[in-house]
Design a protein around this ligand. Sequence first.
Ligand SMILES: CC(C)(COP(=O)(O)OP(=O)(O)OC[C@H]1O[C@@H](n2cnc3c(N)ncnc32)[C@H](O)[C@@H]1OP(=O)(O)O)[C@@H](O)C(=O)NCCC(=O)NCCS
Length: 155
Amino acid sequence: MNQVEKARINDASQMHKLINYFADKGEMLARPLSEIYENIRDYFVIKKGKKVIGCAALHVMWSDLAEVKSVAVVQDSQNQGVGNQLIEACLNEAKELGIPTVFCLTYKPAFFEKFGFSQVDKMELPRKIWTECYRCPKFPDCDEIALTYPMKAEA
Ligand SMILES: CC(C)(COP(=O)(O)OP(=O)(O)OC[C@H]1O[C@@H](n2cnc3c(N)ncnc32)[C@H](O)[C@@H]1OP(=O)(O)O)[C@@H](O)C(=O)NCCC(=O)NCCS
């Protein structure tokens, strides 16, 4: 079993390459390195030695809302439960923080549905739309699918 760790600043450039590798293939949104540095405390990583084999972030948006973002696992470590461990780490942190709703925007809804996320209309997430999405080059023609995970159901 791999160990999930909080990301360290030295992991940022590997996370940047990993995320943008899949972003270039149209599988997720790109993240600038500056954004990864600024939000380094949001990120979890799983490493093999010094190599980052997967990352994911939990970003708090408001008192009642956090986003799981930038979930990526290197190709040759996929389908071995790494993504699963990263999502669990994000959901556990949201639970510890007492945040009732976690959401994601993704092109891979079926992956998130495995964990109990359900699809919602993006307009149910106005704080996300009006604080971040409006700055995205794809706004307002976003083709990602929004899903939420109700932490309260677990309490
Ligand atoms: C999506 C991704 C993070 C999954 O990571 P992974 O380590 O391969 O996932 P896991 O092995 O932990 O799989 C967990 C479960 O999800 C399923 N799953 C994995 N990828 C899936 C996908 N694309 N669609 C649907 N289900 C998927 C697995 O079959 C497994 O199900 P099981 O528990 O019933 O066996 C990885 O394929 C990836 O990095 N893809 C490119 C980037 C991306 O698309 N990120 C997600 C959007 S932000």
